[in-house]
Write a new protein. Sequence first.
Lengths: 580, 580
Amino acid sequence: MAKEDKSGKLEALRHSASHIMAEAVQSLFPEAKFGIGPAIEDGFYYDFDLPGPLGVDDLPAIEARMREIIAANLPFSSEEISIDEANKLFADQPYKIELIKDLGSDKVTVYRQGKFTDLCRGPHVKNTGDVKAFKLISVAGAYWRGDEKRPMLQRIYGVAFTRSVDLEEHLKKLAEAAKRDHRKLGKELDLFSLHEEAGPGLAYWHPKGATVRQMIEDFWKLEHRRRGYDIVYSPHIAKVHLWETSGHWNFYRDNMYSPMEIDDIQYVIKPMNCPFHILMYKTQLRSYRNLPMRYAELGTVYRYERSGVLHGLARVRGFTQDDAHIFCRPDQIESEVKDVVELARFMMKSFGFDEYEMMLSTRPEKYTGTVESWDMATEALRNVLEQLKLDYKVDPGEGVFYGPKIDIKLKDALGRLWQGPTIQVDFQLPERFDVNYVAEDGREHRTVMIHRTVLGSMERFFACLTEHYAGAFPVWLAPVQAVLIPIADRHVEYASKLCDDMRSRDIRVQLDDRSERMNMKIREAQLNKIPYMLVVGDKELENGTVSVRLRNGEDLGSQDFSVFMQRVIKIIESRELQEL
Amino acid sequence: MAKEDKSGKLEALRHSASHIMAEAVQSLFPEAKFGIGPAIEDGFYYDFDLPGPLGVDDLPAIEARMREIIAANLPFSSEEISIDEANKLFADQPYKIELIKDLGSDKVTVYRQGKFTDLCRGPHVKNTGDVKAFKLISVAGAYWRGDEKRPMLQRIYGVAFTRSVDLEEHLKKLAEAAKRDHRKLGKELDLFSLHEEAGPGLAYWHPKGATVRQMIEDFWKLEHRRRGYDIVYSPHIAKVHLWETSGHWNFYRDNMYSPMEIDDIQYVIKPMNCPFHILMYKTQLRSYRNLPMRYAELGTVYRYERSGVLHGLARVRGFTQDDAHIFCRPDQIESEVKDVVELARFMMKSFGFDEYEMMLSTRPEKYTGTVESWDMATEALRNVLEQLKLDYKVDPGEGVFYGPKIDIKLKDALGRLWQGPTIQVDFQLPERFDVNYVAEDGREHRTVMIHRTVLGSMERFFACLTEHYAGAFPVWLAPVQAVLIPIADRHVEYASKLCDDMRSRDIRVQLDDRSERMNMKIREAQLNKIPYMLVVGDKELENGTVSVRLRNGEDLGSQDFSVFMQRVIKIIESRELQEL
């Protein structure tokens, strides 16, 4: 929406909604101290220091008060006042006083509507009545100025649009997104857990989530081996000295954990796998004939993230990258990048993502290496995108300091973008670690490294996949692929035999022989998003069939068991995305 | 050998050899200061403080001097002397003076032979001539009293036997063991590396070693799923608080790394997976009907080991346990342990280990839980071993404080024992974490945990496997399974086609199209322990055959390619241990 807001009208509208909300809060909680209240994508927020905690239950009252202010159609007016006047005006508003002080100018602008005055540069809509289509959404804690050492304020989020129809559409999308929220589904489907008491941002993969992950990993390894990658394993810790050599200790330290000591030497848990792969590369002298070498690893890394930005599995502190480093000659960059882009597209397609956005990021102001090598590498990346006839945007100057890169964002079922594959050319680490190969001229030349990931991390990709499919994973990924439901006790033996049959073919199947009603069992299997419900009664027992229902409620009726099982096996083996 | 040495004669012989070596060193290096020199399994050692470093090149001279002392057939004599006399006698031997002081008695015994006198309680052989069959083996650094803060002495190791024939047999075995040493083969076959500069005891699995590991892991996961285990993943770090709850922080801290800080809270890298699995178990109320639950994880743990005891992959600081925790009711212990023992035996057999030693360890003096629960669990373990008609020994009082256990040691091709599967019943952690299930009576009862591993760790098991097979891994594990060797350039196209054919079936195959002689290529493939060498020339090209050679040198002659490939696929899929 923000993109369409060329004139800034929508932003003014949202910003005004924020002020109206502040006035409503002021009238309901006269002791309220005010932080800041900007417009954001789709809406607005305001941070308040209040005597007691707010919950979503409090939002209707605030909304109602806002509607009164809107109905009154009060004008927004602005005024420039001196610092002294401002300090008097906001004397009982410590956060505003702090902001005024930090502005460091002689005069400030204030905006007023009704009984509310705010330190604000505007612009705003003309009258409160211009804000029509809005809704308050949620309450969250937010440190004053994002600083964990300052007071925790209460932030109320709202959304606002010009037209009610847009608001409704947006709310519908929010509701759908909420239903698909991987944190919610993660609990409901028993996929994973997080344990604040053992450390926030660290994922525990329960049997069902871990099954999906293992299937992804198995597929990933198979496909990488087929495409000439070598799988490797490296440790999770290394001496600080290694990170000094790599440059991470200087340039990336804020994202790294504090060191631990072993035999009086400092070690740190790895935020990246690259230096480890370099050490392996360097155990032998490599010839131009050995290149490219492609080291792939499902490497678990740990990076510090502020606890405020952690979000389910989508943003965590420990995650498993589907990482690889390609060691190649400069003349191999293009063909290697091309293979990576094709692998990435193949993987995306295999998981049901047909749409994505691609971005080519070029040389930033601060960079290492020569302009020539940058031009050569950037040209190679561009050539690949052109050759493959892919739509892409160029983000000038947004490459990392060590080389240009391609980023791919996946579009999920709700049209939301998720960070996916990344391909980065690197001239920097080979310099720092003196990574070479012996060329045809018999002399050592600098090797080029390509860092790449095609899923990003198992955690984020799994979160994305869960939301994309609303937990109804494709059959080959489904934690439980089929459930056998005997109608009565006399059908249990037959059901159990079929269950064993399927299990011996490594199909993940359950037998639901509880003494519950069939419809209740079917309902439960549907809630658990199990692809196939195989009901067996007298007729099925007699004919060697199963009565098949899909999780979407579709009833496929009686199917010959052997034929059906063969079909399911084919669907699993070929990783089809449809149930039948 | 030690076991057969009932009278202690062999020990006296080896101890005497140590004194003879000390005398030889004294005569060659008059400035030598002496540490200690005991008998050990198969031989003896002595620690010396010498002006310069010793190497294996110095051993023949010392051996020659020892032979002179032996030829002189000098008597060993002992004498009890006062502390004052001892202090005078050893005035220029600071290590002996320290030992005398620490003995804290009025009198000490000394033994003499020829010109050498040592502080020693004996016993010794009668004359130096009694020591006949001996050999000096190696030199290593050893801290005085094993303390890294004390001086580093030089330790010379030797072996000694009563009969020459035993010595020769032992030396032959040592030579064979040296050839199979996984550290040596690890380099030669490019399986893995260790990097002192990034941290000792941390393994880097190169493509070839990692392939073997992945095949082991894939098999392990498949077999565990088939037997009702659930695979899970847990983080590598947790707050210190979790380890306080588990008791590790108090009882196991010497083996744990120092903490790191995140948001002012201390975290530590995990030495064990147990507490993580417990947290997952506890995310829901579990019913007696849910049990047993079996959480399996290839979990990488980090434990502090002194750098002196690190040994290739066999003893490391970071290793991946093939871990599992079974949560069960007390009445399920026996059947669960039985299944684990059977799984362990199946795994051992699958990897070619047919012989092992089993040990049942019972209640120690210090224990937690009740005598009744110990008796019940110990009885369950014993019943399993009896039912399965397995040979086992009882190690009374050697259980861990939290429950009894079964240990299994594998016997490798040279008859050496390796620590393998372990099964431990645990009453302790369920208490500490309040781990319960709701029983049929509707009330909460304490869950029992069984800790178990069937391979031990990927690192140690891989070291064992490498030495067992001398690097010639069974086909299904072999990093490269076949190499295609075209005789001349005109055969490359055909060879390449066959190579693609095999690769498309996921057989790990290489094409050796270098312009080298065929015999040289075969020799190299044999050195690389590649199971199948497929030579193709005119005849093969014409008939659609390959000429097959095995790595042991056996020539199988011409084989129809398709038939041969089918056979190889069957061997791989059924994990046969023989090539054909």
